[in-house]
Design a protein around this ligand. Structure first.
Ligand SMILES: *Cc1c(COP(=O)(O)O)cnc(C)c1O
Length: 472
């Protein structure tokens, strides 16, 4: 599946625009839903049923390589929360990326996928006691693990547990406030130590821990329109790194300049955007890399740049396959009912996110005969709605699709990030299976859940003992 030149579109779509590929040697900058082999997807759906996640590990590796090529001198860390499946994690590890984890569970999964401590970064956000206990335990065996901390309380709680290892200070760069709504969101006070207090916080932390880096993750997508805010955020981080690592460079002759910190890196976070809409251009990764390098410069000697992409690594490597079971004309809209919904892909319901949808056909017309291939059907505006009893449970509204009929297979594109990962069992819906494609070979990466999976924890419940201790 990795060679899109072999891809045949059966719905008449032309596939990626040539500009999706930066030059002849490199891999495409994006894999659109139209680039997937329709026959292959139909076979997978027939064999494994729907809803079904398909995640192409070859594409995951291509995305990792493109990131490493664009940022050759940077540490590239995969933010595993975008997709924590073992097959994905192993591919990312083999492709040479580190793992950035947001919870004990994610650290546990990364360890299982073979990431050693030197490649593990745990970012603690209001960490539950149980998570800190676990990670401090792991750090005893894996002392090269790094904990990224965004609050003084978290530092105290680590110290209480006897931790004195590697710490990275998460900074809230507060960039763009008032200019870009999305970045304002990214600068939410929940995350990081306010920029103005970050230098002092880092120096204080260095009295108890090995402070190895500073970190900022601005949140929302880095896209061509937001490059300026990204540049500003990165530039502030460069300034802070110089202030910490070379404190006397701007206080020349001042006898009581603070002790320089032995920083290893400045982590500029993730947020590398992917083009969800069909006509949206892909991110110009080399341009983002150049802007990032330029804005952070000059980095003190021995300090590297680090980045933490999540979505970019996995989003276009995945599709969600779903089958049409209901077609209902109404006075206002044509409702197409499918077997996947907000439990399987939450983004449209939660963020009003756009996902491309392609009708792969295969259904039958009202008289029971095979419907014509989608390419021969009229583009018709439809609402695609899932099986959950929620008004918000739609995958799209007023979208022109090759007029769906019952039994058609729909491919929801760019679904590899935050799809599988945000899936829930709401409405007591067992979560779908996932098939991983590796070198073109399909294997089940996660089995489909069955009804008994819904009640396992209830049936296994015994006298509620729970964890002991009352750490606040
Ligand atoms: C979510 C997250 C990322 C990754 O964000 P993407 O938009 O998926 O690239 C990186 N770093 C941190 C700290 C995060 O919370």
């Amino acid at each position: 599946m990795s060679d899109r030149d072999e891809t045949e579109s059966t719905d008449g779509s032309a596939g990626s625009d040539p500009t999706d590929r930066s030059d002849a040697d490199s891999t495409p900058l994006v894999r659109r839903v139209t680039d997937w082999d329709a026959d292959r997807l139909a076979d997978l759906a027939a064999e494994h049923e729907t809803p079904l996640y398909v995640q192409d590990l070859d594409r995951v590796r291509e995305n990792c390589e493109r990131l490493r090529d664009a940022f050759p001198d940077a540490d590239v860390r995969y933010a595993v929360k975008a997709h924590t499946g073992q097959a994905v994690l192993r591919s990312v590890r083999e492709a040479g990326l580190d793992a950035e984890c947001a919870s004990a569970g994610e650290v546990d999964r990364a360890l299982a996928a073979g990431f050693g401590g030197e490649r593990l970064h745990y970012t603690a956000v209001n960490p539950p006691a149980r998570d800190l206990d676990y990670v401090v335990d792991v750090a005893e065996a894996e002392p090269d693990l790094t904990v990224t901390v965004g609050a003084a309380d978290t530092l105290d709680r680590l110290a209480e547990r006897g931790y004195d290892g590697r710490v990275c200070v998460r900074v809230n760069p507060g960039v763009g406030a008032g200019h870009h709504a999305k970045v304002r969101t990214g600068g939410a006070a929940k995350f990081g130590i306010p920029y103005d207090r970050a230098a002092d916080a880092a120096r204080e932390a260095a009295e108890r821990f090995d402070v190895v880096g500073i970190h900022a993750h601005a949140g929302s997508g880095i896209d061509p329109e937001q490059l300026d805010s990204h540049r500003e955020m990165v530039s502030r981080m460069g300034t802070l790194a110089r202030e910490l690592a070379e404190p006397d460079s701007d206080a020349a002759g001042n006898g009581d300049a603070p002790v320089p910190l032995d920083l290893e890196y400045v982590d500029a976070g993730g947020g590398f955007g992917v083009p969800y809409e069909e006509n949206e251009p892909p991110l110009d990764l080399p341009a983002v890399a150049a802007a990032t390098r330029e804005a952070v410069a000059p980095l003190p000697a021995g300090v590297d740049l680090a980045i933490e992409p999540g979505r970019y690594v996995v989003a276009d490597a995945g599709v969600l396959l779903t089958r049409v079971n209901t077609v209902k004309p109404t006075p206002d809209e044509r409702v197409v009912g499918v077997d996947a919904g907000m439990t399987d892909l939450l983004r449209p319901a939660m963020y009003d996110a756009y996902h491309p949808i392609r009708n792969l056909g295969g259904g039958r017309g009202g008289d029971g005969s095979d419907a014509p291939p989608p390419v021969d059907r009229e583009a018709t505006p439809v609402t695609v709605a899932g099986p959950i009893c929620e008004t918000g449970d739609t995958l799209c509204k007023d979208r022109a699709l090759a007029d769906p009929v019952r039994g058609d297979l729909l491919a929801v594109g760019i679904a590899g990030a935050y799809g599988y990962e945000m899936a829930s069992q709401y409405n007591s819906r067992p979560r779908p299976a996932e098939v991983a494609l590796d070198d073109g070979t399909a294997t089940i990466a996660r089995r489909r859940e069955a009804l008994p999976d819904l009640t396992t924890a209830e049936r296994e419940a015994e006298t509620p003992t729970g964890p002991t201790g009352g750490e606040r």
